[in-house]
Write a protein that binds this ligand. Structure first.
Ligand SMILES: O=P(O)(O)OP(=O)(O)OP(=O)(O)OC[C@H]1O[C@@H](n2cnc3c(O)ncnc32)[C@H](O)[C@@H]1O
Ligand SMILES: [Mg+2]
Length: 198
């Protein structure tokens, strides 16, 4: 179908690169789009799917390689699904710590039973910039938002995301464990199937 020994990852997020490369193993080498350009495309889509496709096309255009994009985020029930596709920009671009502080504040007096949330991941793979048939795979991960940060692993909202099936925060999971059960792991398992890998 396509030469999959090398793919460019359409992401400037080092945490995603690490997780996705670990999931793919050695048969596929992921090259960061950062090798080709430091300019991040504007994420103008209204859905994870649209933003993933937009990022993948942009990276394929810049690199000349097939491109994989990951658009992900945290959808909090009490906030009607926010921050959702705006998760990275929740605190106006001030970064992970500010995003987490804003989320804790928004849920300050919200009781346990109403703190449900899900991580969402959409992976988009395009063979070239104008690919009319991108491969799309999604994964969800259900959990709850903690009252305080806990754990040192992972990135982003991991310290605030309680994982019911393990009784720890997702930042307390080992990287290998997170990569077995996360939203990204589920999306990647589907992608591997679609590509006939493994
Ligand atoms: O767009 P790229 O360059 O890939 O990098 P990004 O960090 O901007 O990525 P997104 O636009 O997809 O935004 C995802 C947001 O959701 C958060 N997020 C996604 N997956 C996560 C995970 O596994 N653990 C913790 N936070 C996660 C992440 O920290 C960002 O704030
Ligand atoms: Mg982004």
């Amino acid at each position: 179908m396509m030469n999959l020994t090398q793919l460019v990852l359409a992401s400037h997020n080092a945490g995603k690169l690490k997780e996705l490369q670990a999931m793919l193993g050695e048969s596929v080498q992921l090259r960061s789009i950062g090798e080709f350009s430091q300019v991040e495309p504007e994420e103008t889509g209204l859905s994870f799917v649209e933003n993933a496709i937009l990022k993948a096309r942009n990276a394929a255009r810049i690199s000349g390689l097939p491109a994989l994009a990951d658009d992900s985020g945290l959808a909090v029930d009490f906030l009607g699904g926010a921050p959702g596709i705006y998760s990275a920009r929740y605190a106006d671009g001030q970064g992970d710590a500010a995003n987490n502080a804003k989320l804790l504040d928004a849920l300050k007096d919200v009781p346990e039973a109403e703190r449900g949330a899900q991580f969402v991941c959409v992976l988009a793979l395009v063979r070239h910039a104008d690919d009319p048939l991108p491969i799309l795979c999604e994964g969800l991960w259900h959990g709850r938002i903690l009252h305080a940060a806990s754990g040192e692993h992972g990135f982003g909202y991991d310290p605030l995301f309680w994982v019911p099936e393990r009784n720890v925060s997702s930042a307390e999971l080992s990287p290998a464990d997170k990569n077995q059960i996360s939203h990204r792991a589920r999306a990647m398992a589907l992608l591997r199937q679609r590509l006939g890998l493994k």
